[in-house]
Design a protein around this ligand. Structure first.
Ligand SMILES: Nc1ncnc2c1ncn2[C@@H]1O[C@H](COP(=O)(O)OP(=O)(O)OP(=O)(O)O)[C@@H](O)[C@H]1O
Length: 237
């Protein structure tokens, strides 16, 4: 590993893992791999963390194919090279998610979550790691504020009662631009093929808004996360 990776992102991952007690010795962690850049970066970071910290934990990679037939061959090869078990699970839900009135993205996430829970039980993992990062966190926060009038975003760790699942998000302090750079510099494997809904939702509109704000206020992402972490009842009605 290049030494400056510590400062660039690995210390931020150590910090989130420590601040929120995300990983403990002996954990068995199922890493959700979509074929996209965020989740392969997550897997790469966890490999580096394991090599460069006192923490000793197991990792298993999981890709759920919802019928998109994303080509994960190079990802599979990367995992094998790093001695990490890989699970490829087919659940063809394409017809189901597009026939319903609700948004296909909402239904897709729900059904994927169910499948992840089932597989986690089958292989005996006690935590699920997801590739949500700092920019996702800020965008989700803005989306909820603008579209639903709520102060709300996902948490660094959460417990899903329905499925009895512990979810961890070790990338909450890492910005998307850094992820893009490392994925490209390290030539991390991406799945080939993509979701038809990609970039067609409100999310891409908020991406634009965020870029616009950051042009004038470059530390907006950091300020947002600081505000969320230091939230106090006294400052709001
Ligand atoms: N098909 C899938 N199989 C397994 N895990 C998945 C799958 N799709 C998403 N995930 C997990 O859920 C996380 C959030 O999903 P989302 O669709 O928002 O991905 P994303 O933010 O675009 O990330 P990526 O760049 O990895 O696609 C991913 O980072 C990944 O950990």
């Amino acid at each position: 590993m290049k030494k400056w990776y510590n400062k660039l992102f690995l210390n931020d991952i150590r910090k989130s893992v420590e601040n929120y007690n995300m990983i403990e010795n002996g954990d068995k962690i199922l890493v959700g791999l979509s074929g996209g850049k965020d989740s392969i970066f997550l897997l790469y970071s966890l490999i580096l963390l394991r090599k460069n910290s006192y923490l000793d934990f197991n990792i298993i990679g999981l890709h759920i194919d919802i019928g998109l037939k994303i080509d994960m061959e190079s990802t599979k090869y990367f995992l094998t090279e790093n001695n990490i078990p890989y699970i490829h699970e087919n659940i063809d839900i394409m017809d189901k998610i597009f026939e319903d009135d609700k948004s296909p993205c909402y239904l897709c996430s729900k059904m994927k979550r169910g499948a992840i829970a089932r597989i986690s039980k089958e292989v005996g993992t006690n935590k699920i790691a997801l590739g949500h990062h700092k920019t996702d966190l800020v965008i989700t926060f803005l989306l909820n504020l603008i579209y639903t009038g709520k102060l709300d975003t996902f948490k660094p760790i959460s417990y899903n009662k329905k499925h009895d699942l512990n979810l961890i998000r070790p990338l909450i302090y890492v910005e998307e631009d850094i992820i893009k750079k490392i994925v490209s510099d390290e030539n991390l494997p991406l799945g080939r093929g993509k979701c038809p809904q990609d970039k067609e939702n409100k999310r891409s509109e908020l991406d634009e808004l965020l870029k616009y704000i950051e042009n004038k206020y470059p530390d907006f992402q950091q300020k947002t996360i600081t505000a969320i972490e230091n939230f106090s009842d006294d400052n709001l009605w």
